[in-house]
Design a protein around this ligand. Structure first.
Ligand code: 13P
Ligand code: SF4
Length: 309
């Protein structure tokens, strides 16, 4: 038995003993996706976290995702295997900045991308993910909506609603999706004229404009599963290609940029998952007031989904 197989067995045993569930984002390392109970995008992982009857949730994603699981599960233990897995984009919008924009635009509603800190979510009206941004913005009873922290998603959402969407802060961005470039994708498309271009809305609008399909990672996944294309150019973090290749083994997946790596997502390893379960580390604990305040806008998003079926 190899060391890796032994480690996986130890994780599975501990998981059963502790009644734990392992949730992994689409960008996790392949070996983590392979042992997870559920792999998905931010919205699906939030739904999973809201519905699980496990006692412990091991969250293999970045801080804001594990925080969302903690917001929805005050009675469960939420663990993150590496506590340094932080999303730099989420850090671009601290709570004080949300309060500042609230004072500046008192009539506007505030919608925050799930990629935001719990302390920021506590001061917004609704949370959304890249899978439901326009739907949630449309539900706001104001003509102007402040949206953050991703300016590209704000622009993308504005083109899909009749509301005025103001990005807060004005230039919030994901450093990984910033790496994709329209000219490079057009070059790849000339090389592979039969390929379908699928992109995440965190990419620059010039990239989204030339893509055949734009959506959250799980929407991109579903598109790749149902599409007749045999070749895809993929403009999102490269960890996602593992799931695509595994489930569409007849198709070729070409990264739009092969160094688009979210180093924070990659901090989790099998070894750290094992230690996390064994030592119940690192617990994601939020101040009760922040948790209570942030719960409302997160639940608004989840309820919107329920009413839409
Ligand atoms: P999803 O919205 O597809 O989960 O992606 C989250 C993310 O962090 C994108 O960079
Ligand atoms: Fe944050 Fe970008 Fe990494 Fe997603 S890919 S977790 S937005 S840094």
């Amino acid at each position: 038995m190899t060391d890796k197989v032994k480690l996986v067995e130890k994780i599975q045993r501990l998981k059963r003993e502790r009644r734990a569930v392992i949730l992994a984002h689409n960008y996790q390392r392949p070996e983590i996706q392979d042992i997870a109970d559920f792999v998905g995008d931010s919205l699906e992982l939030s739904l999973c976290a809201a519905q699980t009857d496990a006692k412990i949730i091991v969250f293999c994603g970045v801080n804001f995702m594990a925080e969302t699981a903690a917001i929805l599960n005050p009675d469960k233990t939420v663990l993150i295997p590496d506590k340094n897995a932080l999303c730099p984009m989420a850090s671009m919008l601290p709570a004080d900045l949300v309060k500042f924009y609230r004072r500046k635009h008192p009539k506007a509603k505030i919608v925050l991308y799930i990629n935001s800190l719990a302390e920021a979510k506590a001061y917004c009206d609704a949370v959304c993910t890249s899978a439901n941004t326009a739907e949630i913005i449309n539900r706001m009873d104001s003509n102007v909506v402040l949206f953050g922290p991703d300016m590209n998603l704000a622009k993308y959402a504005e083109s899909h609603t009749d509301k005025k969407v103001i990005p807060i802060p004005p230039f919030g961005f994901c450093p990984v999706h910033k790496l994709f470039n329209r000219e490079e994708i057009l070059r790849l498309r000339r090389m592979h004229p039969d390929a379908e271009v699928i992109a995440h809305p965190e990419c620059d609008p010039s990239v989204c404009k030339i893509a055949d399909f734009v959506g959250s990672t799980s929407r991109m996944y579903r598109e790749a599963i149902v599409s007749k294309a045999k070749k895809f150019i993929v403009a999102t973090e490269i960890g996602f290609l593992h799931r695509l290749k595994k489930n569409r083994s007849d198709a070729a997946f070409i990264p739009a940029y092969d160094e688009a790596i979210c180093v924070n997502m990659k901090l989790h390893t099998l070894e750290k998952i094992y230690l996390s379960l064994k030592n119940e580390k690192y617990k994601v604990v939020l101040p009760a007031r922040i948790r209570e305040m942030a719960k409302k806008p997160v639940e608004f998003m989840l309820k919107t989904r329920e009413t839409q079926g």
